[in-house]
Design a binder for this molecule. Structure first.
Ligand code: HEM
Length: 142
């Protein structure tokens, strides 16, 4: 019986570890940005003096998660037979890599911006690129 007709199969332990770490890091990086974005108006209203401290605390969680995404992403590529990938897979992968860079640069600019308009625009670009990278990641997983 070929694997294709055998129905769903469990992943092996190393694959579970690799993809769990990648998805866990994506949860912290993506979910944290969206959650913090939702909390900011309340913090600004209730405790404006805390905003900078909260943002710094979030950055201490978010950047290690971004680094873990890159390390486990390289591990993902190494674990796949990318030489045999379709041209569509390669194209989606290239677009995803560009989005990962835009997400990182957008978030960095957002944290360093000195004007409210640049801060807002960079946050929007960074979050959109991150969510798009997540969706393309799901496509790559097949
Ligand atoms: C913002 C950064 C990133 C996000 C949010 C993200 C998100 C995701 C998600 C949600 C998946 C689907 C996992 C699954 O369904 O099992 C995935 C898969 C994948 N990602 Fe990422 N990822 C990011 C960065 C990277 C980087 C930097 C690389 C490569 C260097 C990469 C390479 C891959 C590959 C090859 C897969 C398919 C893995 C497989 O099926 O075994 N990702 N990603």
């Amino acid at each position: 019986m070929s694997l294709e007709t055998a129905g769903p199969q469990l992943a092996d332990a190393l694959t579970i570890l690799r993809l769990s770490l990648h998805v866990f890091a994506a949860c912290v990086w993506v979910g944290g940005q969206i959650t913090l974005g939702g909390l900011v108006p309340t913090i600004r209203r209730e405790a404006p003096q805390s905003l900078t401290g909260v943002a710094r605390a979030f950055a201490r969680l978010a950047w290690p998660a971004y680094a873990l995404l890159i390390v486990t992403g390289v591990w993902n590529v190494a674990a796949m037979h990318v030489g045999q990938a379709s041209s569509a897979w390669n194209l989606v992968f290239a677009v995803k890599m560009a989005l990962v860079v835009v997400a990182g640069v957008g978030t960095f600019v957002h944290q360093r911006a000195t004007t409210a308009s640049l801060r807002g625009a960079a946050a929007g670009v960074g979050t959109l690129a991150t969510v798009a990278a997540l969706v393309l990641g799901v496509a790559l997983a097949g």
